[in-house]
Design a protein around this ligand. Structure first.
Ligand code: IYR
Length: 225
């Protein structure tokens, strides 16, 4: 590390947990996150704005290329805006499901019973639309580079989904395609591109999810010890 700059660093506050605690916490967190499921049946029960603010703050605590934090979160609870988003998303999805998606793709989606109809875009109390900033601007309004934007925004989204789950709420990673309508409806500048649309809320009473299994350790990891 460069000594000259490292002098400006601040201490990292850390008290090492006992090894047994580390083992326990890792297992507990897995058990909790393994319960998370993407839901498509939402209740209209309101979620306080404060909760959405907190989960967005958690998302924005993610690491990013050169700490540029190349993301913008639009949180939508306005019924009119949700209705406009639903209408525009369904218009695109109708075309997707009626010819734009390949037969293989449609077959792969059968398990999930999805179609162009997206009622959850209006039912869920909040929609969080994540935008990736292709570049930024410095204090003088000049173009500033952003690095590893997809990776950074993907990590922030993971933090967001984990925060929503651990708050006791549910979410869906929805990718209407193409997503340009989100940039237009939410008035985003040209350097911001829609990345994901995440309905957030409580599950509808009796909500059900597809019966999927997750890969085991031996199917998706290799250890070189
Ligand atoms: N965006 C469409 C289709 C869709 C695609 C994938 I890959 C999914 O995992 C689920 C849905 C839709 O939202 O219906």
């Amino acid at each position: 590390m460069r000594k000259d700059l490292a002098e400006t660093f601040i201490p990292y506050p850390y008290s090492p947990p006992a090894m047994e605690e580390v083992v326990q916490r890792a297992a507990d967190f897995y058990r909790e996150m393994d319960k998370r499921r993407s839901l498509r049946e939402f209740s209209d029960r309101p979620v306080p704005k404060e909760v959405i603010e907190q989960v967005i703050l958690t998302a924005s605590s993610a690491p990013s290329g050169a700490h540029k934090q190349p993301w913008t979160f639009c949180a939508v609870s306005s019924a009119e805006m949700k209705q406009q988003i639903r209408k525009a998303a369904e218009k695109e999805e109708y075309i997707n499901y009626h010819g734009r998606m390949s037969d293989e793709w449609l077959k792969d989606l059968e398990t999930f019973a999805t179609d162009w109809d997206k009622p959850y875009l209006e039912t869920a109390p909040w929609l969080i639309v994540i935008f990736r900033q292709v570049h930024g601007f410095n204090e003088d309004g000049e173009k500033e580079k952003h690095y590893y934007v997809n990776e950074s925004v993907g990590i922030a989204t993971g933090f967001l989904l984990a925060a929503i789950h651990q708050a006791g709420l549910v979410s869906l990673t929805h990718t209407p395609s193409p997503m340009k309508f989100l940039e237009e409806l939410l008035g985003r500048p040209k350097h911001e591109k829609a990345y994901l649309l995440i309905p957030v809320g409580y599950p509808a009473e009796g909500a059900r999810v597809p019966d999927i299994k997750r890969k085991g350790l031996d199917e998706m990891s290799l250890f070189f010890e």
